[in-house]
Design a binder for this molecule. Structure first.
Ligand code: ZN
Length: 456
C-alpha cells in the first residue's frame, strides 16, 4: 500500500515538475515526445535592470542557465525557460556586494569579533539581496583557516575576507594593538595560499601613535598584490588622516568609515579634510563601513553636498550594528538615496564598484557568462525614517525591500512567494513545488514529512 501510494506521488511529482505549474515550455511536459531540455532554467521577466558595468538601466528580461547569466534582452521567449518569474515593476540588480562585514562567529570567544560579536552570514545576507560579502579583518594569518572551516566553507553566501594584519585577528584591544603580531610576511603568505578567498588586508582599532599597522599591511598588500582596508582606530595627532591618504596608502587601498567624522574627515566649518580630496585624486577608495559608530548625518550630508560620494556602500555588519542605526545593507543604501543620490548610483556602489575594489571583476554585473547572483528589489513609497550613530533621524519617503535573491542561479530568498505556485492550484497531495534547477529554497521532498513524535 505504501509502495502504491509512493508511486502515485512520484507520478504527481513528475507531472508537477514537468508542467512547471503552467510556466514551462510545452515540449518539456513529461509523457509527451522526449522532453526537450529547456534553453533556460530561470527567466526573470519584465524587471528594470540596473547593471552599472554594462551601462544598463532599463526594462530587460534576464535568463539564467546552469548557475550563470545566459541572456539579457528586451524580450526573451518565456517558452524557452523551465521557470518564469514575473518581476514587472521591480528592480533587477546584480547580487549586492558588502565588503565590510564581521562574520567570524562560532568560536565562543566573548566580546570578540573573532567570536560573539560576529554573525553567521546566511541569516543576514539573502534577505536583503546580498550574495557576496567580505569579512573585514576578523581573522589574521593565525586563525584564518579556522574561520574558513567554521564559516566560509559552510555558508551559502559567497564569503571573502580581508585578512587582519594582526596575526590573531580582531580578538580585542590587547591583540589588535600588539605590534609584535603585525607581520607582513606570514600574512602575505596566507593570502597567496588562499587567493580565491582573501581579497585584501585590514588594519583596525589601533590605539598607538605610530604607523606600524598601516605600513605592515601595505607591505603585505604589495607582496600579495591586493588592497589594504583601513579602519584608522584612535584619532592620534602623530598620524593624521591627511598623511594616511596622501602618502601612506596606495591607489586602490580603501579608507572605510569615511563618514564617521571621528578623524577630522570634515572640519568644524564644514570643509572636507584636504587629505580626503587629495586621497581621492590619488586613487584611494572611500568606503562607508556604517556600523554602529561610523556614520553621522552631520558628516555625510555636508560631504555629499560637496560632491564627496562614497566609492562603495558597505554595512560593517556585526551584532552591535544590526539592531541599532545600521540594520542592513538596504537600510544603508536607503540613506544614500535619501541624501539625493540616484538609485542607479546607489546600486553601482553596492555591486560593480565594490567588485572592482576587491579585484573580483567577474562579480557585480549581469553579463552573459557571469555567476547568476541577482537581487530583485522593490522601492516602496511611504513614510520612513533612517537613523545615524548618534540616534539622529532623517525622514525619507522611499525604502528598498528585497523581494527575491538568486545565488548561483537558484532562488534562495523569496519574500512574497513570487516564484511559488498557489497552493490551491496544485495536486491535492502536493509535495514538490519547485525544481532543483532553479529552486534553492525548498527541500526536494519526495515523501511526506514524518509525523511529529510528540513533545514539540
Ligand atoms: Zn568593521
Amino acid at each position: 500500500m505504501r509502495y502504491v501510494c509512493g508511486a502515485v506521488q512520484l507520478l504527481a511529482l513528475i507531472c508537477a515538475v514537468g508542467s512547471g505549474f503552467g510556466q514551462t515550455a510545452p515540449a518539456a511536459i513529461a509523457g509527451a515526445v522526449p522532453a526537450a531540455v529547456p534553453v533556460y532554467d530561470l527567466l526573470l521577466m519584465g524587471g528594470h535592470v540596473i547593471d552599472a558595468r554594462n551601462g544598463i538601466s532599463a526594462v530587460r528580461d534576464v535568463a539564467i542557465k546552469d548557475g550563470l547569466i545566459a541572456a539579457v534582452a528586451a524580450h526573451l521567449d518565456p517558452a524557452a525557460a523551465l521557470k518564469v518569474i514575473d518581476v514587472t515593476g521591480l528592480y533587477v540588480t546584480p547580487g549586492l556586494i558588502d565588503i565590510h562585514a564581521h562574520v567570524y562567529a562560532g568560536t565562543g570567544e566573548r566580546g570578540s569579533y573573532a567570536g560573539d560579536l560576529s554573525l553567521y552570514p546566511d541569516g543576514y545576507t539573502f534577505r536583503v539581496g546580498v550574495t557576496t560579502l567580505a569579512d573585514a579583518g576578523c581573522s589574521g594569518w593565525r586563525n584564518f583557516e579556522d574561520f574558513k572551516d567554521r564559516v566560509i566553507d559552510r555558508s551559502r553566501t559567497r564569503v571573502l575576507a580581508f585578512l587582519n594584519i594582526v596575526g590573531n585577528g580582531m580578538r580585542g584591544g590587547k591583540f589588535e594593538s600588539d605590534i609584535t603580531d603585525m607581520e607582513a610576511a606570514p600574512a602575505a603568505e596566507m593570502a597567496l595560499r588562499h587567493k580565491d578567498l582573501i581579497v585584501g588586508f585590514k588594519t583596525a582599532h589601533y590605539t598607538g601613535p605610530d604607523w606600524t599597522p598601516v605600513e605592515h599591511a601595505v607591505e603585505a598588500g604589495k607582496v600579495a598584490k591586493i588592497p589594504v582596508m583601513v579602519d584608522f582606530g584612535s584619532d592620534r595627532p602623530e598620524r593624521p588622516i591627511a598623511e594616511l591618504l596622501m602618502s601612506k596608502l596606495r591607489p586602490g587601498d580603501i579608507y572605510t568609515h569615511c563618514y564617521s567624522g571621528l578623524r577630522h574627515e570634515l572640519d568644524e566649518a564644514g570643509n572636507l579634510n584636504p587629505g580626503m580630496i587629495e586621497g581621492r585624486k590619488r586613487g584611494v577608495i572611500f568606503d562607508v563601513g556604517h556600523g554602529n559608530g561610523s556614520f553621522a548625518w552631520r558628516v555625510a550630508v555636508p560631504a555629499l553636498k560637496l560632491g564627496f560620494l562614497p566609492d562603495s556602500i558597505s554595512t560593517d555588519l556585526h551584532v552591535g550594528s544590526m539592531n541599532t542605526s545600521m540594520k542592513d545593507m538596504l537600510n544603508v543604501m536607503d540613506k544614500f538615496f535619501a541624501m539625493g543620490m540616484s538609485l542607479d548610483d546607489v546600486i553601482r556602489r553596492s555591486t560593480w564598484n565594490p567588485a572592482r575594489e576587491i579585484q573580483r571583476e567577474e562579480l557585480g554585473h549581469l553579463s552573459v557568462g557571469a555567476p547568476a547572483d541577482v537581487a530583485v528589489l522593490s522601492h516602496l513609497t511611504g513614510k520612513f525614517g533612517l537613523t545615524d550613530m548618534y540616534g539622529a533621524r532623517l525622514q525619507t519617503h522611499r525604502k528598498l525591500v528585497c523581494e527575491l535573491t538568486v545565488r548561483n542561479g537558484k532562488v534562495v530568498y523569496d519574500l512574497n512567494g513570487i516564484s511559488r505556485p498557489d497552493w490551491d492550484k496544485l495536486p491535492k497531495n502536493y509535495l514538490q513545488t519547485g525544481d532543483p534547477r532553479w529552486d534553492g529554497i525548498m527541500p526536494q521532498r519526495r515523501t511526506a514529512p514524518a509525523p511529529p513524535r510528540g513533545g514539540n
